[in-house]
Design a protein around this ligand. Structure first.
Ligand SMILES: [Zn+2]
Length: 285
């Protein structure tokens, strides 16, 4: 049975070789010379959403939008929300405020030019906004974003801000700007991830279903779920020489992912970030 709570479905549009864990193996100047899979995989996701009549938010890299403008056109034409994932997937923890500003500004412009629409949402590469770089939220607000979904309130070896609020908050006083963290569940005095990624692929689907139901029913909150086009592509080229942990995180259960996403779309109600979190207040005169 579906709950009445509506959740936000999000897709981070990047290719398999752009994930932060591959930085040491595929340099940015090689990106144009390796096989690209993102176009086909994104169309596959759009077909699936069309079949299920679900709208989602696509946090897209400027680098991808430049090379595959027809993906952007279809995202918008199909009624989904287009949002920004930066230009070339640099973690905010690796950037100065000026570098961050110019990367995000460049990506936002590309996306707005191609879509003809204002881009309101931003998600940092690898959830890399945390207690050390909260200045990034001010930069986003100054660039006229309305929300960010870049903080993961968990303790993880690669990212996380375990003490951050678990649900939507306004980080800058007197500014209409929201941070909407990725969904966690509270258990044993700790926050545990349940908004997608490795968690969703490693553990049985039933655990994710239980966790999201708990957030919807027990806490009466909307959840955010994320996945990537490369996660539904078990035939992607296999990168050689990866460390065990990186290899496991990237490739485990890719072949089960499409069926699980299908199930997730059936079991819960979904919509875009801007609709679920009321980024465009409909009550405005
Ligand atoms: Zn990403």
């Amino acid at each position: 049975m579906k709950t009445t709570q509506i959740n936000a479905l999000t897709i981070d549009v990047e290719d398999y070789f752009q994930v932060s864990a591959f930085e040491a193996y595929i340099a940015k100047n090689q990106w144009d010379s390796v096989p690209h899979r993102v176009e086909k995989n994104t169309h596959k996701i759009l077909d699936l959403l069309d079949k299920k009549q679900v709208k989602a938010t696509f946090f897209t890299l400027g680098w991808i939008a430049e090379r595959y403008p027809e993906i952007i056109k279809r995202i918008v034409a199909d009624g989904h929300e287009l949002a920004c994932h930066g230009y070339e997937h640099i973690r905010v923890t690796e950037q100065t405020p000026n570098q961050f500003r110019s990367d995000v500004y460049k990506a936002k412009n590309i996306l707005e030019q191609l879509s003809g629409k204002q881009v309101k949402g931003y998600r940092a590469a690898s959830y890399s906004i945390n207690a050390s770089n909260l200045w990034a939220l001010n930069v986003l607000q100054e660039l006229d974003f309305k929300y960010s979904s870049s903080i993961y309130p968990v303790k993880h070896d690669l990212y996380g801000m375990p003490d951050a609020p678990r649900f939507m908050f306004e980080p800058i006083s007197n500014k209409d700007f929201k941070e909407i963290p990725i969904t966690t569940i509270r258990f044993g005095n700790k926050n545990w991830p349940c908004g997608g990624g490795g968690f969703f692929r490693f553990y049985p689907y039933a655990l994710s279903k239980w966790a999201l139901n708990r957030v919807n029913q027990h806490e009466q909150q909307s959840a955010i779920f994320y996945f990537h086009p490369w996660e539904i592509d078990p035939k992607q080229p296999r990168q050689q020489g990866l460390a065990f942990k990186t290899r496991t995180r990237h490739y485990l259960n890719l072949e089960k992912m499409e069926a699980r996403i299908n199930q997730l779309l059936t079991d819960f109600k979904w919509d875009t970030m801007e609709n679920v979190f009321d980024i465009n207040p409909r009550s405005k005169p």
